[in-house]
Design a protein around this ligand. Structure first.
Ligand SMILES: Cc1cc2nc3c(=O)[nH]c(=O)nc-3n(C[C@H](O)[C@H](O)[C@H](O)COP(=O)(O)OP(=O)(O)OC[C@H]3O[C@@H](n4cnc5c(N)ncnc54)[C@H](O)[C@@H]3O)c2cc1C
Length: 417
């Protein structure tokens, strides 16, 4: 019998985005050796620039605050949501919970993802993560357990890589799901939406420290725009609308986006009047999905690799980084022989995602009730959700979350189906 060859790492991570780098950084802290397999050479463009308050804390916890400060990223104090016609705005500040549990002022960042992702990956490598530029082609398994991947190198060579665990952080490529390793992938509620976005110079921001904030502009149900400052001059702008709306619009995607920016909401049009596009116009469609059974023998999925809800309140990078921390702890527990560590991770990850699903559904289906909660009746609960404090046990959910759940999960016609 031939001797088994040594493992390439304890944990093999597919992808090199925030979920991957944060997983590697947490694993290294726990004394576990990760190998990151990313197919793209960084820096590479990626959408997803506004971070939640707790996402900022994930970065601080990993000791990355100086790195972000050196980049000079805009400081985000919160998000303003402008209602249809530029009326009835509401404001959700970034706040943290102090040691006594009280809410305190806090800040987070807006980031340029090409640099941010590169910095995170570099930080993971500097601290000891292995990194291979290669594309994960297919998972390897033995007796029903995932044992590694087969990777295609840029040279065209193929290499089999073995590890105790494969952590799928491949984002919307959903590597393990697309090879049938996980449960089925289902379309989410917002899967017929299309986002069209670019970066502009010359957009007008709010004066003073508020100039770094995220602005959201509502036109009508499922039709909205974002405004996210990326540096002193450049602002990320994007419009999201049902696919059918775009099909009926202008001849080129540049013209269609320009027209949307001019007409979607007067508060937006006056901010972008005369602004110059400094990036190509890109689109993202069919982006809402979730995957069942995203952990199993020898594998876990983290971040977009198992679910993406909707970009409206900027939870994607937070989920990637928070789940990375939870996944690293689950890997450590399973190496220590704890049965059920992966399924406990899966249950907790789903719990947080469900709160955000409820929040977004409630925002779209009951906008007036939502606004009243954010403004008047459940301000602190909404602030906690927007920050990313989402993982309370089912029997200790805040009143605000319980109300949103009751509203969001009562049977209703799905406007997009
Ligand atoms: C329109 C839109 C706007 C958004 N706005 C925001 C926002 O403002 N704030 C926010 O927090 N989130 C936002 N998001 C979500 C955010 O972009 C994602 O949730 C986040 O990037 C997920 O991180 P990740 O590490 O899971 O995946 P990714 O960042 O996508 O990283 C996955 C990596 O895996 C690599 N990969 C894939 N397949 C393979 C393979 N087979 N082999 C090797 N490597 C592979 C890819 O090259 C990629 O680098 C937005 C999303 C959309 C669609």
């Amino acid at each position: 019998m031939s001797a088994r060859r040594p493992l390439d790492a304890d944990v093999l991570i597919v992808g090199g985005g925030p979920a991957a780098s944060a997983s590697a950084l947490h694993l290294l802290r726990l004394g576990i050796q990760p190998l990151i397999v990313e197919r793209e050479r960084f820096p590479r463009y990626h959408i997803g620039e506004s971070l939640t308050g707790e996402c900022g804390n994930c970065l601080r916890e990993l000791g990355l605050e100086d790195l972000l400060s050196q980049r000079g990223y805009p400081i985000k104090l919160g998000v303003t949501v402008w209602g249809a016609g530029g009326k009835n705005s509401f404001w959700v500040p970034v706040k943290k919970r102090n040691a006594q549990g009280a809410l305190e002022e806090a800040t987070t960042w807006q980031v340029r993802r090409a640099e941010f992702d590169q910095d995170l990956l570099q930080a993971a490598c500097d601290r000891g993560a292995l990194h291979l530029e290669a594309s994960a082609d297919k998972p390897l398994s033995e007796n029903g357990r995932i044992t590694g991947i087969s990777a295609a190198l840029p040279s065209g060579e193929t290499r089999d890589l073995q590890a105790r665990v494969v952590l799928d952080a491949s984002g919307q490529a959903t590597f393990l799901a697309s090879h049938g390793v996980t449960g089925p992938k289902s379309r989410g509620r917002y899967n017929r939406q299309v986002a069209s976005f670019t970066q502009v110079k010359g957009a007008r921001r709010d004066p003073g420290p508020a100039g770094g904030n995220t602005l959201i502009f509502y036109r009508e149900k499922h039709h909205w725009a974002w405004f996210i400052p990326l540096d002193e001059e450049v602002t990320s702008v994007g419009v999201v609308a049902p696919a059918a709306h775009w099909q009926a619009s202008g001849p080129s995607k540049e013209e269609a986006l320009r027209r949307e920016l001019e007409t979607l909401n007067p508060e937006l049009s006056q901010r972008v009047a005369g602004a110059e596009f400094v990036e190509e116009v890109r689109t993202a469609s069919n982006y809402s999905y979730h995957i069942e059974r995203f952990t199993g023998p020898g594998f876990l999925c983290v971040g977009d690799a198992h679910r993406f809800l909707d970009p409206i309140f900027s939870f994607g990078v937070f989920f990637a980084m928070q789940e990375a921390k939870m996944a690293a702890a689950a890997v450590q527990a399973s190496f220590a022989g704890e049965a059920g560590a992966f399924s406990a991770f899966e249950e907790k990850a789903d719990r947080g995602q469900r709160v955000v699903q409820n929040l977004i559904d409630c925002f779209w289906d009951y906008p007036l009730a939502f606004q009243r909660m954010a403004h008047q009746t459940h301000t602190d609960d909404i602030i906690d959700c927007f920050a990313g404090r989402l993982y309370a046990a089912e029997d200790s959910l805040s009143e605000g979350v319980q109300i949103m759940r009751r509203l969001a999960e009562r049977p209703h016609e799905d406007a997009l189906s």
